[in-house]
Every structure is written in C-alpha cells, then in structure tokens.
Design a protein around this ligand. Structure first.
Ligand code: NAP
Length: 335
C-alpha cells in the first residue's frame, strides 16, 4: 500500500474544505483495503458535524462493507476522544468493527484530545501509525487551527490595501477603490476561509461595509462580522459589537470564546496599529496598488513608536503574487 499517496489524497481533500467546517477542523478520512484500494471517503460536514470518521462509517454501512476488521482507516487528524456535542469518533471507529489499522497524519493539540484518541484506539487493540505526512497536513490544513488550540486565541491575519506610499485612504477618508476589481474579487473569496472578520468602528462608520463573501457558491461560508468599539451600541443586522475597553488581548480572547479560530482584520489604521503594537498579528496580507496618494492621505499603520531601525517590526516574506497590476504579499512577524 502506498501509504503516503493515500494520505496525500486525504490532505488535499481536507484542505479544499478549509473554512467550511465551522469551528471544527477540516478532516478527511479514507477507508482502504489492505492492498490499497479506496473503498470510501468521508469528510467533515459543512458547519463541522458530523465529523469525517462518522461520515465515512455511515457510507461504509450504506454500501454494506463487511464489518470484519479488514479495512485500513487513513485520517488527516487524530480522531476525537471526548464527549462534546457528539460522541467520540474513537468510539464510533472501534464499535464499527470495520478497521484493524488506523493511519493518522497529525495528533490533535486540543487539550481534550492530545494523544488520548490514539491511546483509546491502541487500548482497543487497533494498530495505529501516527505522523504520516504530518508536516504537510499541519501546513496545508491545520496551521491556523493548531495555532488557535495551542495558544487559545484565534490565528489573526491583517489585510490592508495600500497605495505605493502606504496610504489606505485619501485625506477625505475615501478608499474606494485602492485595489483593482480582480484583486477585490480575490480578497472577497479569501473571506470564506475565516471564521470571523473584525473591523474598527472608524471603518464601520466611514465605509458601511458588508464584509460578506460574495463568491458564487461560497456565500454560505461568509464569516461572522464583528466591529470593535467602546462607544457604538447598535450595528446593522448580521454584525456584532466587540468591546475593546479591557484591551485588545481581552477582546481577542472574547472572540476566541465565540468559537473563532481564524480572524481576518480588514482595517482600519487604528485597529491595525493596535494589533501590530501588541504583536497579535500572525500573518500580514498587504495588497499594494500602483498609485500614490500623498502624505495628506491616511497611513495604513500609525505610530509604532519605533526609535531605532534595529527595533522596527520585521517580517518574513512568505509568498507574493500579482493580480491585475496589484502586488499581494504574505508576511509573518519575525520571532
Ligand atoms: N484600504 C484599506 O485596506 C482600508 C481598510 C479598512 C478601512 N480603511 C479606511 O480606514 C479609515 C478608518 O480607519 P480608522 O483608523 O479611522 O478607524 P478604525 O481603525 O477602523 O477604527 C478605530 C476605532 O475602533 C475602536 N476601538 C476600540 N478599541 C480599540 C483599540 N484597542 N484600538 C483601536 N481601535 C479601537 C475605536 O472606536 P470607538 O470609539 O467606537 O471605541 C476606534 O476609534 C477609513 O477611511 C476607511 O476607509 C481602509
């Protein structure tokens, strides 16, 4: 059996569903015969439940696969072992009697699982191999989820559309549009990958944005829409207010406690600066458009109180591409 090829298939399938599985991670589970023939593929349902393993087992029951412990189960993430809103997947796997071997890419750092899933499977007499293409799975599917579970806060991306001279709006507050139509289509599509979007009340008042994902077929995966404000008491339908008076870190914790593992910040300048100041941004997405606004425009980033160049916040360029004349850069904060 080409273990890596089957796991790669599972990783690709799970990665395609990122952002569609609510606050649960996207998982793909594949049932295979001993000689490597794929019998069924299960994926985490939209919204997060049922989990991939349960969906797989239901397919196997439906096609009347023999329950004689002859199949191998490949899964991109350690099966859950705790009673949450559904019974543990380990229980379903063991009781199904379909499998004698379980091959796992990554262990789950969720404190409720974290090795317990694997232990339960071994204790039930199953053969377990873990760590197959773990780096690939953690990079392609679980980077943000693992960050969130390990740090108990969302993985935060900050997106700013700027002119060549780093402005996000003109002196009058006009920012429509700095980036090209094609870039805006792409950034709109990107929203579907996040659990929530946060903007500052300044942006809410100035731009009255919708913040939905309008890409055909992905509308249902629009994130929660949040406005950070100490003063606003009412926002339009579909939006909620996050209070900032206890500081940004406390606001982020509140957001995490609403089940948000991935948070996209879409401005404006004051919000961006607060997050940068406190090193809360895991990924910067800078859209740079070939235009100049001038020093009377609104800076994308305000005072960071950097006195010496050696103290400047530095980022590593992870990836970049060009859309219709705009440069899109992905950067991570240097440790
Ligand atoms: N080009 C782009 O990518 C882009 C994106 C978004 C916005 N913009 C532009 O940016 C401008 C708005 O930016 P802005 O700087 O004026 O406003 P902002 O950053 O959107 O909002 C700032 C407001 O957020 C609230 N807040 C609460 N706690 C905070 C904290 N700890 N840190 C920072 N803010 C906190 C405060 O409002 P309360 O007083 O209500 O508490 C504060 O006044 C607009 O012109 C908009 O068009 C451009």
């Amino acid at each position: 059996v080409n273990v890596k090829a089957i796991m790669l298939n599972a990783i690709t399938t799970a990665a395609r569903q990122k952002g569609m599985t609510g606050s649960n991670p996207s998982v793909c589970a594949i049932a295979c015969t001993k000689d490597g023939k794929i019998v069924a593929i299960g994926k985490t349902s939209y919204g997060g439940r049922p989990h991939a393993e349960v969906n797989l087992i239901n397919i196997l029951k439906r096609i009347e696969a023999p329950a004689n412990k002859q199949l191998v189960l490949f899964t991109t993430l350690e099966p859950c072992s705790h009673y949450g809103q559904t019974p543990p997947c380990t229980k379903a796997i063991i009781e199904s009697n379909f499998f004698d071997t379980i091959i796992i890419a990554c262990t789950d750092p969720d404190p409720r699982v974290n090795g317990r899933g694997i232990k339960q499977l071994i204790d039930a007499g199953l053969i377990v191999e873990s760590g197959v293409l773990a780096d690939k799975a953690s990079q392609d599917i679980y980077k943000e989820y693992f960050f969130a579970r390990t740090n108990q806060m969302p993985f935060i991306s900050l997106k700013l559309a700027m002119s060549l001279d780093g402005k996000i709006a003109t002196v009058s507050g006009d920012s429509k549009w700095i980036s090209s139509e094609q870039t805006r289509k792409w950034t709109n599509f990107k929203r579907s990958f996040y659990d929530a979007i946060l903007i500052g009340s300044g942006t809410y008042m100035a731009d009255n944005p919708e913040l939905t994902c309008r890409t055909d077929g992905l509308q249902a995966f629009s994130p929660k829409r949040l406005v950070l404000s100490n003063n606003l008491t009412l926002v339009k339908d579909g939006f909620s207010i996050v209070k900032g008076q206890n500081g940004i870190a406390a606001a982020v914790k509140d957001i995490y406690n609403q089940g948000v593992n991935t948070l996209l910040i879409e401005g404006g300048a004051r919000l961006a600066t607060s997050f940068l100041m406190q090193n809360l941004v895991q990924e910067l997405v800078i859209v740079k458009s070939p235009m100049l606004i001038g020093s009377d425009g609104i800076d994308g980033v305000r005072f960071l109180q950097t006195l010496n160049i050696k103290d400047a916040k530095r980022f590593d360029l992870q990836n970049y591409f060009n859309i219709d004349g705009d440069l899109v850069e992905f950067l991570t904060l240097q440790a």
